[in-house]
Design a protein around this ligand. Structure first.
Ligand code: 13P
Ligand code: SF4
Length: 421
């Protein structure tokens, strides 16, 4: 297990073994019309991309050929020319080479709100993934354009639930439950179309920091909850609320009744969609045991997208913001084993040299969709803005935006839970 402090995952990839040697290459090698059916190198490389997911056009060659320093210079120059007309947002999981140019760095919800604090910015360049850019579009003004530098930066978990499959599930459930009220709850990591669906059906959005408070809100209004797309966040949260595992059947959208019997569904309180995050799925109890053996006073913190056994074996679990705050608040000399995306873990290790901080997973395997945003794409969209062109705009249709905002506003009205997820 390595405890060395490395300032950037991309620099570390030059010398360290990773889950895929292609991670050293520019992601533009994936910008091909005949692109493979998967997300490319990184933790979700074996997840299938749904057919309707946007594809990125080939990045112009001048950006592919530019050196790192040339790209940074292009970005700095374009930002200086645009001034307050642009705001760049960077998610915690984004590579440091992009983060260094961000005006705000945070979790998906903090960043969506950050966009609101800069109403004078005509363009919000979102260095994160597709659902985050959609949420920023929902929460920003009509005059602002939200730009995703690489359109293929989706989220494999969000893509595991689509509107057609959720509507089909809903029809089957309402046929079984009759007059009883089912509350649909969607994790922030979902398309705007699904946020619109829950808004229209009395439901609500949650994040990993407020999932428990949101489920409590839902149970004040209905007898059962349909939770999508992340089974792990749903299971970990419902279990912490005292709901038994046999009352949380998994809904597999490819099977009739989601793969359940009518009796199992009648016994259900929380129906968990068959979605997961391939980054957090990599964490295991064996990794936690190894960390504890090597560092007896280690504090293990994992993200609640991790499997239940991992959350149970950890000392605490919480959102990316929870993890950052726990490290900020710890006394100097603390040791942390973290179960979340490697870019955030490596950055925290570099920012807090007074602690020992390492990732539970010994293999470097970043989120393969975050990986799609490279400084080359950032330079490209910014230089196009300087030239007066808005490219790679993410725009949620009015029909979807109205109910999706209702679902987000319901979430904002809920007091966040500070308890263990
Ligand atoms: P946050 O909502 O904490 O930003 O996490 C997003 C995510 O994709 C976690 O895998
Ligand atoms: Fe999606 Fe997982 Fe990447 Fe988060 S880490 S953006 S859930 S694939």
């Amino acid at each position: 297990m390595t405890t060395s402090i490395t300032p950037s995952v991309n620099l570390a990839l030059q010398n360290t073994q990773s889950c895929n040697s292609e991670l050293q290459q520019g992601p533009w090698l994936l910008d091909l019309p005949e692109m493979p059916d998967t997300y490319g190198p990184g933790a979700s490389q074996s997840d299938l991309i749904p057919a309707q997911t946007p594809r990125q056009q080939v990045l112009p060659e001048r950006y592919q050929r530019a050196s790192d320093e040339e790209l940074h210079e292009k970005i700095r120059a374009a930002k200086a020319t645009l001034g307050d007309r642009v705001v760049i947002l960077g998610h915690f999981y984004q590579r440091d080479e992009v983060i260094q140019h961000a005006d705000f760095v945070g979790d998906s919800f903090q960043l969506a709100r950050a966009a609101k604090t800069k109403p004078q910015a005509e363009a919000i360049v979102f260095c994160g993934v597709h659902f985050m850019a959609e949420t920023a579009d929902l929460l920003s003004t009509a005059e602002q354009s939200v730009i995703l530098p690489n359109l293929a930066a989706g989220c494999s978990m969000a893509d595991m639930a689509d509107l057609d499959s959720v509507e089909d599930c809903w029809e089957q459930l309402t046929a079984i439950y009759g007059d009883e009220t089912i509350i649909p709850v969607t994790y922030m990591n979902s398309s705007a179309a699904l946020k619109g669906f829950v808004g229209e059906h009395g439901g609500i959005v949650c994040t990993s920091s407020n999932a428990r408070a949101v489920l409590e809100w839902a149970f004040e209004r209905g007898q059962r909850v349909l939770f999508f797309p992340d089974q792990h966040l749903g299971r970990n949260t419902a279990k912490a609320m005292g709901i038994s595992l046999d009352q949380m059947p998994l809904w597999n959208p490819n099977k009739p009744l989601g793969g359940n019997t009518v009796a199992e569904l009648e016994n259900a309180k929380v129906l968990l969609w068959h979605g997961f995050c391939s980054v957090h799925k990599r964490f295991s109890v064996a990794q936690i045991d190894k960390a504890r053996a090597e560092f007896p006073d280690v504090h293990v913190i994992v993200h609640p997208e991790s499997p239940m056994a991992v959350v149970d074996a950890a000392d605490s679990s919480g959102s990316t913001d929870f993890i950052v705050k726990a490290i900020q608040a710890a006394p100097a000399g603390s040791t942390f084993a973290i179960g979340t995306e490697i870019n955030l873990v490596q950055r925290l290790a570099a920012q807090y040299p007074q602690h020992t901080i390492f990732c539970l997973d010994p293999v470097i395997c970043p989120c393969s969709t975050m990986y799609r945003i490279h400084p080359g794409y950032l330079a490209w969209v910014l230089e196009e803005l300087v030239a007066g062109n808005v490219i790679n705009q993410i725009s949620v249709s009015q029909a979807v935006a109205s109910p999706a905002r209702v679902a987000l506003e319901r979430m904002l009205s809920v007091v966040p839970s500070t308890k263990k997820a």
